[in-house]
Design a protein around this ligand. Structure first.
Ligand code: NDP
Ligand code: GDP
Length: 337
């Protein structure tokens, strides 16, 4: 039986990965940081809260990272913990860098010292491509991050490569494009959309208020993506891989897919911050745009090329963006029953 440690186990990916590894017979340990209330909602939602062993773990605290890695005899370390919200990273640039950049180094260097044979996975991101230098983006595309989050993740990404090349560690980075699920954080645009539309479908008189509707993302399902993380660590050699669907969709179209899943018939009109949408079925306004949700710098068109992962890992996404929007909208709608 293998033992895995997942930092960020309370997050969206942490919960799906913990479930996958439990199903594969792993002994699963996870890191949770000290907060003022207990928040195991995602592990409970997937029915595995009692199957995993939790440890107090904070990437910002070197001594804590050292102690946890010393205590848990782990074969695999999945570093999923991060200040993961791009929008907040302009307000919290120093904290975001401490956790998302230096935190990776704290783990890598402790593993190098205490457990150099542990296989390491780093949660890299398509946000590193930022102002895209090539379409679609692949492992070799030049990085041009556009947010403090993206810049910090570039550091973690290169440090992972550096520890692999300098010390021969089995350290891999997954450059994952956006992936969502009914367990996605409510501040991210997909979940914000499905939650608000579900409430509107249940009779709420709120209006969904968004920022840039023209931004495009390559969205997949988190459950598919954690399978790719695991496959990376089963390879004889560590390497870096893009995981993506290869299909990019605008925020506007994601709204359309989610609304249609809830039996609405959205009609968009106007432009820029004057754009709105109504539900043709009853004439009710369901969407408006506000400057408040625009970003200081935008990543406009992310679209990934996952052919390396397909060829070497045998990985491919199974859920389409429309199915994803439906899954999320239905889950939010049902939860409000
Ligand atoms: P979430 O925000 O859902 O989860 C992040 C996790 O990190 C939570 O468990 C959180 O704990 C934990 N965490 C935050 N700060 C710290 C800290 N200082 N020390 C220890 N733990 C901390 O993110 P996702 O699950 O969606 O993403 C997982 C990883 O993948 C992240 O690194 C993210 O940046 C990256 N990524 C995600 C993508 C996506 O589309 N989802 C795309 C590409 C990369 P708490 O529950 O207490 O907040
Ligand atoms: P990100 O790709 O990790 O930044 O994921 P998000 O879901 O936070 O944002 C995806 C895109 O949606 C970005 O280009 C945002 O500018 C855009 N967007 C438009 N309106 C909103 C909004 O109200 N909230 C968020 N989070 N993003 C929005």
């Amino acid at each position: 039986m293998k033992t895995a440690f997942i930092s960020g186990i309370t997050g969206q990916d942490g919960a799906y990965l913990a479930k996958l590894l439990c199903e594969k017979g792993y002994e699963v340990h996870g890191g949770v940081r000290r907060i003022s209330h207990q928040e195991n909602a995602r592990l409970e939602a997937l029915g595995i809260a009692d199957e995993v062993t939790l440890h107090e773990f904070d990437l910002a605290d070197s001594n804590n990272v050292f102690r946890v890695i010393r205590e848990v005899a782990m074969d695999e370390f999945y570093n999923l913990a991060a200040q993961s919200f791009v929008g907040a990273s302009w307000e919290l640039p120093v904290y975001t860098s401490d956790v998302d950049a230096m935190g990776v180094l704290r783990v890598l260097d402790t593993l190098r010292t205490l457990r150099p044979d542990t296989r390491f996975y780093q949660a890299s991101t398509s946000e590193m491509f930022g102002l895209v230098q090539e379409v679609p983006q692949r492992e070799t595309t030049r990085l041009y991050p556009r947010s403090p989050y993206g810049v910090a993740k570039v550091f973690g990404h290169h440090m992972t490569m550096n520890y692999r090349e300098s010390f021969g560690m089995h350290a891999s980075s997954g450059i994952l494009f956006n992936h969502e699920s009914p367990l996605r954080g409510t501040e991210f645009v997909t979940r914000k959309i499905t939650l608000a539309l579900a409430r509107i479908a249940r009779g709420s008189d709120e209006i969904l208020t968004l920022g840039n509707l023209d931004a495009q993302r390559d969205w997949g399902f988190a459950g598919d993506y954690v399978e790719g993380m695991w496959r990376m660590l089963q390879q004889p050699e560590a390497d870096d891989y893009v995981l993506a669907t290869g299909i990019t969709t605008s925020i506007r179209d994601f709204v359309r897919f989610a609304a249609e899943a809830l039996d609405m018939d959205p009609e968009f009109s106007g432009e820029g911050i004057g754009e709105t949408a109504i539900d043709r079925k009853n004439g009710r306004r369901i969407l408006q745009v506000s400057k408040k949700f625009f970003r200081p710098a935008e990543v406009d068109q992310l679209i990934g090329d996952a052919s390396k992962a397909r060829e070497k890992l045998g990985w491919q996404p199974r859920v389409t963006v429309r199915e994803l929007a439906e899954m999320m909208a239905r889950a939010d709608y049902d939860a409000l029953a």
